[in-house]
Design a protein around this ligand. Structure first.
Ligand code: BES
Ligand code: MN
Ligand code: ZN
Length: 496
């Protein structure tokens, strides 16, 4: 997809489709009014006839409007003008691109980027438009025997900004957003791939090819090396699987000062989570192929960071394994020694994410990191607590939590800060080992974070539980690519 930024009068645009907004109550937006004037009131006529009332999520497509040099005009409902906020804006973009895809237009000009949004600048609107459009045109048909669509595809989008002076800002935002969109797409592709294709070795190969094509450094550790390092918890999870585990390390060395302390991203890479001997019920178990979405978001973010050439050192660490039952699998009650030396009683083999992450967190110490952020589809309890809107955020350092919350707000890929008070640590008591791998059912997402905290003592650390936000279920089943946008924004701010 090619994006360009323009200002100037909409009625003169020669384009496959003009996309304009209409507020609820049949009120034309400013650009729509310009077009209406050029078309001698045709748009107003359409509204008056009752064909469009501006309700959010609705569209009307007009062809061959006299007085306009464009082939089509797409009216997009914006909802109530007073309620025009970030979510309504994103919804308008999503609605528009969905309708646009159904047309034969190969290029289009969006007049949504010039809408007024309280406290949001042109950069935000352009960035969200690019991300929304790229999300909307995304299809995952790699596993179909033949591609589903034969229609001409949208290839060029022009985003209209209100003033000439906004063009430079818009262009910079579009370039940044394209890099992030590339990262999001990679994360979605990896998440959507079935577990018989996307194995730990496949993820490692993906990291190696990222390194090769984008100037990153890659290192992949196998079973023997993990044993030598003493990663007893990670290896315990991998025991039941025929697919050997991998520890994947990707480095972006972009800082002006070469030895600057890096930010380390650690992504849960369980390529399939059956639960192990504590086997999961059959219903929706297919969705556990998404249990590597944390890993996918790390690889996606590394790609975005490389494309943006951020002047920052960033390390991506991915422990990758399947969680399977079997004759060799780890059993409830087994006790393992982690790389940190702490022993863990594995009371439930389905709480495997924290077991692979704890050793990866200890591994991260060798980088003397400025900060470590882990990203994991860690708990079902997180989905119950925050649903599918906000990612759960925990941290041992409040300033790091604040940075991530702000990055989430700025990129509209939001996270919500939850407590990690010592009181919750009470739930982690074992009669036989230093700690168990599960706490109480109550506050399950918090006690999981408490477990990780014990392995993150030597640096500022945050944990993002993306169990509710990494993928969608139902008819729109598929990976979302979250929280690549949040992470890319966080790292961009850190590099500034
Ligand atoms: N990958 C799951 C978490 C999960 C479950 C994410 C459902 C999204 C939807 C994780 O490995 C897991 O199984 N967690 C258990 C922990 C429990 C055994 C303490 C859970 O949440 O049920
Ligand atoms: Mn599990
Ligand atoms: Zn899991």
């Amino acid at each position: 997809m090619e994006f360009s930024i323009k200002s100037g009068s909409p009625e003169k645009q020669r384009t496959g489709c003009v996309v304009v907004g209409v507020f609820e109550g049949r009120k034309l937006s400013a650009s729509a009014r310009d077009i209406d004037r050029a078309a001698k009131g045709f748009l107003s006529d359409v509204l008056r006839r009752g064909d469009h009332d501006g309700k959010a999520g609705t569209t009307v497509l007009l062809h061959c409007v006299t007085g306009l040099p464009s082939d089509r005009v797409l009216l997009v409902g914006l909802g109530k003008e007073r309620e025009m906020g970030e979510s309504a804006y994103r919804r308008a973009i999503d609605t528009a691109i969905k309708a646009l895809r159904a047309t034969g237009a190969t290029d289009a000009t969006f007049y949504l980027t010039d809408l007024g949004l309280r406290k949001r600048d042109t950069a935000f609107k352009v960035e969200q438009a690019v991300l929304g459009i790229m999300e909307g045109v995304y299809r995952f048909d790699r596993m179909k025997s033949k591609p589903a669509e034969t229609k001409r595809a949208l290839r060029k989008v022009t985003l209209h900004v209100a003033r000439r002076g906004d063009i430079a800002e818009g262009e910079a935002a579009a370039a940044r957003a394209m890099a992030i969109a590339e990262g999001v797409r990679l994360a979605r592709d990896l998440g959507n791939l079935p577990a018989n294709v996307c194995t730990p070795a496949y993820l490692a190969g993906e990291a190696e090819s990222l390194a090769k094509h984008h100037g990153l450094h890659c290192e992949v550790l196998g079973e023997k090396e993990l044993e030598k390092l003493g990663m007893g918890a990670f290896l315990a999870v991998a025991r039941g699987s025929r697919q050997p585990p991998r520890l994947i390390v990707l480095e972006h060395r972009g800082a002006r000062k070469k030895d600057e302390a890096p930010v380390v991203l650690v992504g849960k890479g369980v390529t399939f989570d059956t639960g192990g001997i504590s086997l999961k019920p059959a219903a929706e178990m297919d969705e556990m192929k998404f249990d590597m979405c944390g890993a996918a978001s790390v690889l996606g973010t590394m790609k975005a960071v490389a494309l943006m050439k951020l002047p920052l050192n960033v390390v991506g660490v991915v422990p990758a394994t399947e969680n399977m039952p079997g004759g060799n699998a780890v059993k409830p009650g087994d006790i393992v020694t982690t790389m940190s030396g702490q022993t863990v009683e594995i009371l439930n083999t389905d709480a495997e994410g924290r077991l692979i992450l704890c050793d990866a967190l200890t591994w991260a110490e060798r980088y003397k990191p400025a900060a470590v952020v882990d990203i994991a589809t860690l708990t079902g309890a997180m989905v119950i607590a925050l649903g599918h809107v906000a990612t759960g955020l925990f941290a041992n350092t409040d300033s790091l939590a604040r940075e991530l919350v702000q990055a989430g707000e700025a990129s509209w890929d939001r996270a919500w800060h939850l407590p990690l008070w010592d009181d919750y640590q009470e739930a982690l008591k074992s009669n036989f080992a230093d700690i168990p791998n599960i706490g109480s059912r109550a506050g399950g997402a918090i006690t999981a974070a408490c477990f990780l905290e014990r392995f993150a003592k030597s640096y500022p650390w945050a944990h993002l539980d993306i169990a509710g936000t990494a993928w969608k279920s139902g008819t729109e089943k598929g990976a979302t690519g979250r929280p690549v946008a949040l992470l890319a924004n966080f790292l961009t701010r850190r590099s500034a």
